[in-house]
Ligand binder design. Structure first.
Ligand SMILES: [Cu+2]
Length: 177
């Protein structure tokens, strides 16, 4: 009898521990526009994040940064229920971006995370690689400085040799004790 009760109780414990935390227990991101890891052929003008619970407008932060961690200009997020929207006030050129968010949900729990997306607009003007300075124009000056450096180096070496030689002579000239 006792064994049966113990077995039944341990069964309950196993069920309680084994049950995964229900999705509604804590808030989390439900959907996002642009979507996570999306590659967009048109630059987005806003970021919309849908959470599973209402979020507190006073503690909602949505930040977009580019590949060099520069923050993209955006409005403060507008919160409606479980949705936060930040409007981007600059046009995103082609490249990869990171959306970082931090919200406080109705139950008081902070939720934060980040995800990347990519803008690849085929009609966007191609960013030209930086044009190297014409080699011919820079060469004469560079060459002059190179020769000066070589001459200075040679002089320094010669001076060093002279000093070493003089010291050596003086040592040899000293009478042995
Ligand atoms: Cu929670």
């Amino acid at each position: 009898m006792r064994t049966r009760i113990v077995l039944a109780l341990s069964g309950v414990v196993v069920v309680l521990l084994g049950t995964p935390t229900p999705a509604w227990a804590h808030n989390s991101l439900r959907a996002a526009t642009p979507a996570q890891n999306a590659t967009l052929t048109t630059a987005p003008t806003q970021i919309t994040l849908d959470f599973q619970q209402r979020i507190d407008p006073a503690f909602t932060t949505i930040v977009v940064t580019d590949a060099s961690s520069r923050r993209i200009a955006a409005t403060d997020p507008v919160v409606t229920g479980a949705t936060g929207t930040a409007r981007l006030t600059e046009t995103l050129p082609n490249g990869s971006y990171l959306v970082a968010y931090r919200v406080v949900s109705a139950d008081g729990h902070p939720v934060q995370g980040s995800y990347p997306f990519t803008v690849a607009d085929p009609t966007a003007p191609q960013v030209a690689p930086p044009t190297p300075a014409p080699a011919a124009a820079a060469a004469p000056d560079d060459r002059r400085w190179t020769w000066l450096a070589v001459a200075a180096g040679t002089l320094a070496t010669l001076a060093g040799l002279v000093v070493v030689t003089l010291i050596g002579r003086r040592r040899r000239a000293r009478p042995a004790r």
